[in-house]
Design a protein around this ligand. Structure first.
Ligand code: NAD
Length: 314
């Protein structure tokens, strides 16, 4: 007799298919499926596996009246209507197993920005040579981390190794910090002091457009903004204005409000802007660990066991 129905929006191979063998697994391409096809697949589903490209909003959740578990292959859950899930007592699980990969990429963007590596690469690739392309040291520079959760603290550890002065701001004032990190009393205070501002908050109503015109106005003209969190944390139009008017020195962005950016986006042609295609967690080891974790989370929930990576929903 087939087990409980599961829908996966993520293509699965061996060994994940075997791991979910006790359930009736259906793989559905949410990008191409019609609403009627989604409704047919989800009508009796008790588990759903998605990633951050698949929005699980209230309209999707309502197609699955028997849903018990929603597992995402991501740490961020801004693509899920957690309030709607909570109202239905659906367990939502995520994969906080990617902090090192994202922290490494963040340091990559800090180093690229400080040493103007994208400009240097472009000069050499186009047949030029400029050994006087001056950047700035990281030593003794102030790095403000906005968000001191898992990824923020991994970035802190790495930045201390580069002899930076690391300070941080988090909405949770009681969060324990690693030694050597100074807590700033307000975001405004940190923005005014920082040479590098790196964003590590989750996207939620309190962080949407956290960096806006007013925030950029507080920053030093030589400061760089680094974003490996979510595009929506920055008001991208305000960032474009600040860069265009030389009010800040540059930006390193793994995430954008619109991904991929529109062809005419001004950020694409600014030499002091580094744009990456949302690859924070994109290493072989980390992406494998994320999928392992998400499948494991789903199987755990479906068996009625306690999942250590379930979100605490109110
Ligand atoms: P986390 O929950 O451990 O840390 C987020 C921190 O932000 C928390 O400490 C929280 O208190 C703080 N915060 C929330 N709202 C705030 C506010 N208004 N002001 C100040 N602080 C606030 O999460 P994490 O594992 O460190 O991940 C952070 C985010 O990184 C994820 O939510 C995700 O959006 C993003 N991310 C991006 C990539 C990528 O590919 N670029 C990969 C993984 C995660």
């Amino acid at each position: 007799m087939p087990g409980a129905p599961l829908v996966s929006a993520v293509a699965l191979g061996s060994p994940h298919v075997e791991q979910l063998g006790e359930f009736e697994l259906r793989v559905v391409d949410f990008a191409t499926a019609s609403r009627a096809e989604l409704a047919a697949a989800l009508h009796d589903a008790e588990g759903l596996l998605i990633n951050s490209h698949v929005p699980a909003d209230a309209s999707i959740i309502e197609l699955a009246p028997r849903l018990r578990a929603l597992s995402t292959v991501s740490v961020g859950f801004d693509h899920i209507d957690v309030a709607a899930a909570s109202r239905r007592s659906i367990t939502v699980c995520h994969t906080p197993v990617l902090s090192d990969a994202v922290a490494d990429l963040t340091l990559g963007l800090i180093l690229m920005s400080a040493r103007r590596l994208n400009e240097a690469i472009t000069i050499v690739a186009s047949g030029g040579w400029d050994d006087a392309l001056l950047g700035v040291d990281l030593r003794a520079k102030t790095l403000l981390l906005v968000g001191l959760g898992r990824i923020g603290q991994e970035v802190a550890q790495r930045a201390l190794g580069f002899k930076m002065h690391v300070c941080g701001y988090d909405a949770r004032p009681d969060l324990p910090l690693i030694a050597g990190v100074e807590r700033v009393p307000t975001l405004a205070d940190g923005l005014a002091r920082a040479d590098f501002v790196s964003l590590h908050v989750d996207l939620n109503p309190s962080t949407r457009h956290l960096l806006d015109d007013a925030a950029f106005a507080l920053m030093k003209p030589g400061a760089f903004v680094i974003n490996t969190s979510r595009g929506g944390v920055i008001d991208q139009a305000a960032l474009t204005r600040a860069l265009g008017e030389g009010r800040i020195a540059g930006a390193g962005l793994d995430v954008l409000e619109t991904e991929p950016p529109a062809a005419g986006d001004a950020l694409l042609t600014m030499p002091n802007v580094i744009l990456l295609p949302h690859i924070g967690s994109a290493t072989v080891e980390t992406r494998r660990a994320m999928l392992d974790c998400a499948v494991d989370n789903l199987a755990t929930c479906m068996r009625g066991e306690v999942c250590r990576y379930a979100l605490a929903l109110s």
